[in-house]
Design a protein around this ligand. Structure first.
Ligand code: SOE
Length: 408
C-alpha cells in the first residue's frame, strides 16, 4: 500500500463559523453503522453550534483499505489508515474515536490515551469489568494531563431525555419511586440470520445486554440522578445455533457452509433497586417481533411522572400530580423550543430532530469538555459503572435471578 496520505488539514471553508478556532483533528477507527453516525456528528456539530474548537475529520481507519477509502469519500474523511496503531502514532491526530466491536475498545483506548490523545469510545465501554477498570484508570491519569475520555451513550443527548433529566433534577416529579425502561428490537427473530460478531461473546462481550441493556442502564441512572445498588435478572438465548456468515451481511449474506454456536444472550429482563430505594424494571431484547429500535422510559415520582418514546423522540409526556385532579393528566411537551436542551442551535419551534442529532450533540458536549479541560459526561467511570451493573445482571441470571449487588 502506498504511503497513507498525510491528513492535509482541510482548511475551514470560507464562512465556516469555526474558521478561526483551533482545529481538533479526529481519527476514527471503524466505518460501519456507528462510524457513519459519528461522522455525521463530526461533520455537523461545528456548523450548527459555535464550538471553541473546529472538528476536522482527518483520518478514518479500517483494515479493508478499499472499504475504508470508500467510507472516507462517503463520510468526508481526508485520509485513510488500515492499522489503528499507525493512526494513533500520527502527530496530526488529537482525538481517537473508537467505533469498533467491543473486543478492541480497551486495546485502542489504552494506546490512544498513552499517546496523549483524547478518546471517544462507543458503548459499551468494554467487554468485561476488568477491561473497563483498566480503561477508567488510564482515563483518570490522562485527565490529569488534560486529555479527556468519553463513552458514547448518545440517548442522553436526545433533547427530550436531557429535558427529562432537568425536570427530575428540579424536583418536578418529587421523590422517585419507579423507573421502567424497555429497549426492543427484532433483527434476530429469523433463525437464518447469520452468526455475526454481535452473537459471539469473544467479540461482543454479551448480546442484547451489552448492546441494548447498556443504553437503558445508563439512561435510567442518568435520568434518576442515582445509581443501581442491585439487580435480579433472567437472560435467554432463544436460537442457539446459526449459519456461519459468508459474504455480505444480514439476511442478504451468502451463508458459508456450516453453523456455529451463539454464545451471548438474545434477551435480558431484570429488575433493579436504586440506592434511594426506588425500583426499576428493564427489558432488552432482539426478539420483540415488529419492534425495530423501540426504546421507552417512564419515571414515576410522588409529585408526577415523565414518559419518553424514542419513536416519538421530539416529545416528552409529563404528568404533574400537583395539578387539580379535574385538569391533571399526562400532557405532551413538544421539545422543540429554543429553551429546550440543544434546540436554540437548530430550527424554529415545531421542526423536529432525529436519531442522528444525538451524535451531533455528543460531539458538541465533548468538544466543550476538551476546550474547558473538564471530565466529560458520561466519563469512562460512568461506563465502568454500567459494566458493573451488566456483570451483576449476568451473575444474577446464572443464579436463577438471585438478587445480586452491583460492585462498587
Ligand atoms: C444495535 O442494533 C444498535 O445498533 C446499537 O448497537 C446502537 O447502540 C443503537 O443506538 C441502535 O441499535
Amino acid at each position: 500500500m502506498e504511503e497513507p496520505q498525510r491528513s492535509t488539514e482541510p482548511a475551514a471553508p470560507a464562512g465556516d463559523p469555526a474558521e478561526d478556532k483551533p482545529p481538533l483533528r479526529v481519527g476514527m477507527v471503524g466505518y460501519a453503522f456507528m462510524g457513519a453516525a459519528h461522522s455525521q456528528g463530526w461533520r455537523t456539530a461545528g456548523r450548527v453550534f459555535g464550538l471553541p474548537l473546529r472538528p476536522v475529520q482527518a483520518v478514518i481507519c479500517g483494515r479493508d483499505e478499499a472499504a475504508a477509502r470508500a467510507a472516507a469519500g462517503r463520510h468526508g474523511w481526508a485520509a485513510v489508515e488500515t492499522d489503528w496503531r499507525a493512526l494513533i502514532a500520527r502527530d496530526d491526530i488529537d482525538l481517537v474515536d473508537i467505533c469498533t466491536p467491543g473486543d478492541s475498545h480497551a486495546e485502542i483506548a489504552l494506546a490512544a490515551l498513552a499517546a496523549g490523545k483524547h478518546v471517544l469510545c462507543e458503548k459499551p465501554l468494554a467487554n468485561t469489568v476488568a477491561e473497563a477498570e483498566t480503561m477508567t484508570a488510564a482515563a483518570e491519569e490522562a485527565q490529569a494531563r488534560g486529555r479527556v475520555a468519553m463513552v458514547g451513550f448518545n440517548y442522553r443527548r436526545v433533547p427530550a431525555t436531557a429535558l427529562a433529566r432537568r425536570l427530575v433534577a428540579d424536583g418536578r416529579i418529587g421523590t422517585l419511586r419507579h423507573v421502567r425502561v424497555t429497549y426492543l428490537q427484532d433483527w434476530l427473530v429469523d433463525p437464518r440470520f447469520p452468526l455475526t460478531w454481535r452473537l459471539r461473546r469473544e467479540r461482543a462481550g454479551s448480546g442484547s445486554l451489552g448492546d441494548l441493556g447498556a443504553h437503558i442502564v445508563d439512561l435510567a441512572q442518568y435520568l434518576a440522578g442515582e445509581r443501581l445498588a442491585g439487580v435480579s435478572a433472567l437472560t435467554e438465548t432463544f436460537v442457539r445455533e446459526r449459519p456461519l456468515p459468508g459474504a455480505g451481511s444480514g439476511l442478504t449474506a451468502t451463508p458459508a457452509a456450516g453453523t456455529g454456536k451463539v454464545t451471548v444472550d438474545d434477551a435480558a429482563l431484570f429488575t433493579g433497586r436504586f440506592t434511594s430505594g426506588a425500583l426499576a424494571s428493564f427489558e432488552a431484547t432482539r426478539y420483540a417481533t415488529g419492534r425495530k429500535n423501540a426504546l421507552c422510559v417512564e419515571l414515576n415520582g410522588e409529585r408526577g411522572s415523565l414518559s419518553f418514546d424514542l419513536e416519538r423522540l421530539n416529545e416528552l409526556w409529563f404528568h404533574d400530580a400537583t395539578e387539580p385532579g379535574a385538569v391533571a393528566g399526562f400532557r405532551r411537551i413538544l421539545v422543540t423550543e429554543p429553551e429546550h436542551p440543544y434546540l436554540a442551535a437548530w430550527w424554529p419551534p415545531g421542526h423536529g430532530l432525529g436519531y442522528e442529532h444525538t451524535f451531533v450533540h455528543q460531539v458538541r458536549d465533548l468538544v466543550h469538555a476538551i476546550a474547558e479541560g473538564r471530565r466529560p459526561e458520561p466519563s469512562f467511570a460512568d461506563g465502568l459503572q454500567v459494566q458493573r451493573v451488566l456483570a451483576a445482571v449476568e451473575e444474577s441470571a446464572e443464579k436463577n435471578s438471585v438478587y445480586t449487588s452491583v460492585a462498587d
